[in-house]
Ligand binder design. Structure first.
Ligand code: ATP
Ligand code: MG
Length: 553
């Protein structure tokens, strides 16, 4: 966790409410619409809602806000639950707005009976035309003054399926000249002959968001209903329904949504990327979804820490993706074992090491971990793979790696000196010949030689192979949503790079699905879900340093 921080504005409200005795038990909810996979923006809302009841007691409900039968699926319900649990939270009750359809219908009847709702046969265009503008009042619908009896009859017939889609709506009778456009007789029920993922064909009328959300909060006695700033103007309507129906007074509070650079964050847009094959699925490691981040190797701790650091504010801003990367790097630095993998191999032959001999060296797994993560065995032999970029035929100034005549330490092993190298007919270096200094073994070095560079390596005779996938930002601009044209015009064509055959130390052959590793000098990696024992596949979670921060300077 990060340092002590001051209370955010919602915590202040809650502390006041609990102190004044306004509520005894804090009840919050997380209300996703099951129309896609959850993303990092949802993680912010999850950490906030569940975090508050962890801190102040009470509980949090998980409510699927499933009032739109056309876009919702059980697959999404399942994935959303799995993602919340993976983040480390557990809800008290699993609830569905659709479970309240009968109760919501009764609330609508109650409004009609009170003369506060009417059935309107105007078309969508007519309703839009008579809404007025923010500076001009709207005009009353010709159906506004229908009798209660007529409205009750028509609403029953709407429910019974006597009208086709769009033939009529139920509207709240509020104020056609309200300065708040949402108060100008909002539609509260519409006809939709569509199968619902839970209620099947029981209903052909469905409540609108505004008529479902607050009332569902009220049914569950939610004390603090927290949503994003787009809903500020809905609050008046939220309160109006609760007052007119005389039900439990839940209160709505709004905070700034999370916007993150180099990505988009709406389920609708992410669905487009999935449907159009831009990415391999909702859990593509480049996606800002929780499942994508998980597959990429992010830890729940790092995402929670990120949400903690960005805080809760009342004004929108754009958070740097590099902050999220910083958080995972920081967590993995403490928890990931250090291992060796060579991504762009070139052969190194140790000329004075006996042919056919090998030995086992001991590697410390994680010097940053409290228990050092234990140790492991690393085989060493005459022929090694090293990184092509660690050799320079004509070394630059301050080059501390390999070059003709230069010495480096092989991590966990010996100091070697480059004696010679071999080139093919095209002038490419194919092999590097070194001698090693037997007294320079790591941990028991008596050679007295100091070298500045340490490089990683893998014994060629013992190496396993793996595919390595390295990712970059999905978009080339910070805010694809606010650029001209379609957000997909700004996709980064180089957002994935695949190394078909890298060499990894044999210890990694037993890599576990949830384990994360630091490939020394390369970055943090974890197994991809495509990986099999026969064909290992690793994803780069994040590099060791912020490559972009450097490139931008
Ligand atoms: P999307 O457009 O991505 O579907 P949404 O707000 O329509 O977003 P919901 O499933 O309705 O998605 O959201 C569930 C909860 O998550 C809501 O309370 C919403 O306010 C919150 N939420 C959604 N996106 C963000 C975000 N970017 N930052 C913070 N909270 C968010
Ligand atoms: Mg939504």
């Amino acid at each position: 966790m990060s340092e002590e921080r001051s209370l955010n504005f919602i915590e202040e409200i809650i502390e006041n409410d609990l102190q004044s005795g306004k509520y005894e038990t804090l009840i919050t909810r997380f209300p996703p619409e099951p129309n896609g996979y959850l993303h990092i923006g949802h993680a912010k809302a999850i950490c906030l809602n569940f975090g508050l009841t962890q801190k102040y007691g009470g509980y949090t409900n998980l409510r699927f806000d499933d009032t739109n039968p056309v876009t919702e699926k059980t697959e999404y319900v399942d994935s959303q639950q799995a993602d919340i649990r993976w983040l480390g939270f557990e809800w008290k009750n699993e609830l569905y707005t659709s479970d309240y359809f009968e109760q919501l219908y009764k609330f609508a009847v109650q409004l009609i009976e009170a003369g506060l709702a009417y059935v309107d046969h105007s078309t969508a265009e007519e309703i839009a035309q008579t809404k007025g503008t923010p500076t001009e009042p709207g005009t009353d619908s010709q159906y506004r003054s229908r009798s209660v009896a007529e409205n009750l009859d028509l609403f029953t017939r709407m429910r019974n399926g006597e009208f086709p889609d769009g033939a009529c709506t139920l509207r709240a009778k509020i104020d056609m000249s309200s300065p708040n456009m949402l108060m100008r007789d909002p539609i509260i029920y519409r006809i939709k002959h569509a199968e619902h993922h839970r209620t099947g064909n029981t209903w052909c009328i469905y409540p609108m968001y505004d008529f479902a959300h607050g009332q569902s909060d009220s049914i569950e006695s939610i004390t603090h209903s927290i949503c994003t700033l787009e809903y500020v103007s809905h609050r008046e309507l939220y309160d109006w329904f609760i007052e007119k129906l005389n039900i439990f007074p839940s209160h709505q509070y709004e905070f700034a949504r999370l916007n993150l650079t180099y990505t988009v964050m709406s389920k609708r847009k992410l669905l487009q990327l999935v449907n159009e094959g831009v990415v391999s699925g909702w859990d593509d490691p480049r996606m800002p979804t929780i499942s994508g981040l998980r597959r990429r190797g992010y830890t729940p701790e790092s995402i929670r820490e990120f949400c903690e650091r960005i805080g809760i504010a009342k004004r929108e801003n754009l958070i740097e993706l590099s902050l999220l990367e910083f958080c995972v790097r920081e967590h993995l630095n403490k928890t990931a074992n250090r291992v060796m993998a060579v991504l762009d191999p070139i052969k190194m032959v140790i000329t004075n090491y006996p042919e056919g001999q090998s030995e086992v060296l001991i590697g410390e797994n994680n010097p940053e971990a409290e228990d050092k993560g234990g140790t492991r065995e690393i085989p060493f032999s005459k022929e090694l793979w090293i990184e092509r970029e660690d050799f320079m035929e004509e070394p630059a100034k301050k080059w501390f790696r390999l070059a003709p005549g230069a010495m480096v330490r092989l991590k966990f092993a010996y100091i070697v000196k480059c004696e010679d190298f071999v080139k093919d007919e095209n002038g490419n270096v194919t092999e590097i010949h070194c001698s090693y200094i037997p007294e320079s073994k790591s941990g028991e070095d008596t050679s007295g030689i100091n070298v500045k560079g340490t490089i990683h390596w893998v014994s060629a005779a013992h190496a396993k192979t793996a595919e390595i996938r390295i990712y970059d930002r999905l978009f080339t601009v910070e805010s694809p949503d606010s650029e001209e044209g379609d957000f997909k015009d700004y996709l980064n064509p180089d957002s994935i790079k695949v190394i078909k055959e890298a060499f990894i130390e044999p210890y990694l052959a037993d890599a576990k699905q949830d384990a994360r590793y630091q490939f020394i000098r390369k970055g943090y990696y974890s197994l991809d879900t495509d990986s099999t024992p026969e064909k290992l596949v690793f994803n780069q979670t994040v590099g060791l340093k912020d490559a972009w921060a450097k490139a931008k300077k």
